[in-house]
Design a protein around this ligand. Structure first.
Ligand code: PRP
Ligand code: URA
Length: 206
């Protein structure tokens, strides 16, 4: 299993905006979009490319272009915040959706919606901003694996060590790309110091 934590001043700046309890939903969404762009660039680093011929205005040269398709699957609801910037970067991406919601008492997620494109042979990003216990991400990745993608990368904004350990145990073949690795979880399984409930802050439903 590989864990990559973005290490960049812009990522730190955007994380400070996301974590601040006084950040309003509009600015929260703005920071989420921008940090997703940084995460998506890192998460697609291992996509396969192939040589192609490019004619510049002066001569012909060997360039490189994508050699495999890309899919992205946000975990609803919070993962939706990460979809648009990925579609901006990769307009040909195919998109699926997995709806998972944690039970507030048990923190165990149940699935309420699944709509996936063909994933076979595709480089697939599973995007969910919060990796807390890792239960939601583990379930989502199992669903994606059933579609036989060429690779799956888990992309989150903040992770707790518990979530990372859970994925390491359940899906050691799936690399994780995050912007911050936090200290731990509270008794309600929220990430500490974290940023609160991402979905509620995104949609103003607190
Ligand atoms: C949040 C988050 C993840 C999950 C992480 O979703 O977006 O999906 O919790 O927690 P876990 O790692 O312990 O499973 P939530 O269930 O709050 O639903 P929402 O996105 O609809 O708000
Ligand atoms: N989901 C969230 O939105 N925040 C957390 O801290 C944990 C799960």
């Amino acid at each position: 299993m590989s864990l990559t934590v973005l290490n960049h001043p812009l990522a730190e700046h955007l994380m400070a905006g996301l974590r601040n309890k006084d950040t309003a939903p509009e600015h929260f969404r703005h920071c989420a979009r921008r940090i997703t762009t940084l995460l998506a660039i890192e998460a697609t680093r291992e996509m396969k490319v192939a040589q192609c011929s490019v004619e510049t205005p002066l001569e012909t040269m060997k360039g490189k272009d994508f050699a495999q398709g890309l899919s992205v699957v946000p975990v609803l609801r919070a993962g939706l915040a990460m979809l648009e910037p990925i579609v901006e970067l990769f307009p040909d991406v195919s998109v699926g959706y997995i709806g998972l919601e944690r039970n507030h008492a048990t923190a165990v997620a149940h699935s309420y919606y699944v709509k996936l494109p063909k994933l076979a042979g595709r480089y697939t990003l599973c995007v969910d901003p919060m990796l807390a216990t890792g239960g939601s991400a583990s379930q989502a990745i199992s669903m994606l694996k059933a579609g036989n993608p060429a690779a799956i990368v888990m992309v989150s904004v903040v992770a707790a060590p518990d979530g990372v350990a859970r994925l390491e145990r359940d899906h050691p073949d799936v690399p994780i790309i995050i912007a911050a690795l936090d200290r731990g979880l509270n008794d309600k399984k929220y990430i500490l110091p974290g940023l609160g409930d991402f979905g509620d802050r995104l949609y103003g439903t607190i």
